[in-house]
Write a protein that binds this ligand. Structure first.
Ligand code: CIR
Length: 255
């Protein structure tokens, strides 16, 4: 078995990215590229084979490849991103996934961003956000019910995606920002709250038994380590200025 991480290069135009909840600041593209390369090295260190999909200059947000697909063990769903400026990103990702999975697609008027999808076993929790609408969530239900998956919509407020507010850091534990999502949506799982001084700290990328995590949130990192989980940190300061974090820069799956 090979663990693949699909990534996508940083666009020259990342400075023109979509922004919803944060103010625009200049992005150093060369530094963003260097940080992205370090992120890819960390993925390799955590056991992934990195396959980088070429970017396109007219897609400023294409590095955030997570939003364009939901990859499950037996199939992948190519999304229709909620931001119209991001819709063109999906076709190259669809080609990159074709060798590995049967593909399904979200169709208009549905919209869905992969950043809104938290998969726990055969349950997909999907954020009800400005990016993922009820049509998109209904289509996921219809596409995935025959494969044995349950899809549950989750209200989210104050942040971009469900996974801005909650991610999984071990088999039994979620890392959560309780201001943006209610932990009662995830019964049966333990919950670790972010440090209140680090509101953006809930996005961690679990790979095997370890988590890849931004250097920007040392207090929450210590909370995670205190639960016995190994944390591998990466500096993603320039990608954070584009409202991205660690899950959004890859699609990790087994092949
Ligand atoms: C956007 O607004 O679409 C991008 N600037 C950031 C996307 C981040 N994606 C993610 O967290 N899954």
């Amino acid at each position: 078995m090979t663990r693949i991480a699909l990534t996508r290069e940083v666009s020259d135009n990342i400075g023109r990215c979509e922004l919803t909840h944060i103010a625009r600041q200049p992005i150093d593209v060369a530094l963003a590229r260097a940080q992205h390369a370090t992120y890819e090295d960390a993925l390799r260190e955590l056991g992934c084979r990195v396959e980088r999909v070429a970017g396109t200059p007219d897609s400023p947000d294409s590095v955030f490849i997570e939003d364009t697909a939901v990859v499950l063990p037996d199939l992948a769903v190519i999304t229709r991103p909620g931001a119209p400026s991001r819709r063109a990103e999906a076709s190259a990702v669809s080609e990159a996934l074709r060798p590995y999975r049967q593909l399904q697609t979200i169709e208009a008027p549905g919209t869905l961003d992969g950043g809104d999808v938290l998969t726990i076993g055969h349950t997909l929790f999907i954020g009800e956000t400005a990016r993922s609408n009820l049509h998109g969530i209904e289509q996921m239900k219809r596409l995935l019910a025959p494969e044995g998956y349950t899809v549950i919509g989750v209200p989210v407020t104050g942040c971009l995606h469900l996974k801005s507010a909650v991610t999984r850091i071990s088999d039994e534990m979620l890392l959560i920002q309780p201001v943006w999502v209610d932990a009662s949506a995830f019964p049966g799982l333990d919950v670790l709250e972010v440090d209140p001084t680090e509101p953006y700290a809930a996005n961690a990328l679990r790979i095997g038994d370890r988590v890849l995590y931004p250097t920007a949130f040392p207090r929450t990192a210590r909370r995670i380590e205190a639960r016995g989980i190994e944390v591998r940190t990466v500096d993603v300061s320039q990608l954070a200025k584009a409202e991205g974090a660690v899950t959004c820069c890859s699609l990790v799956f087994d092949a």
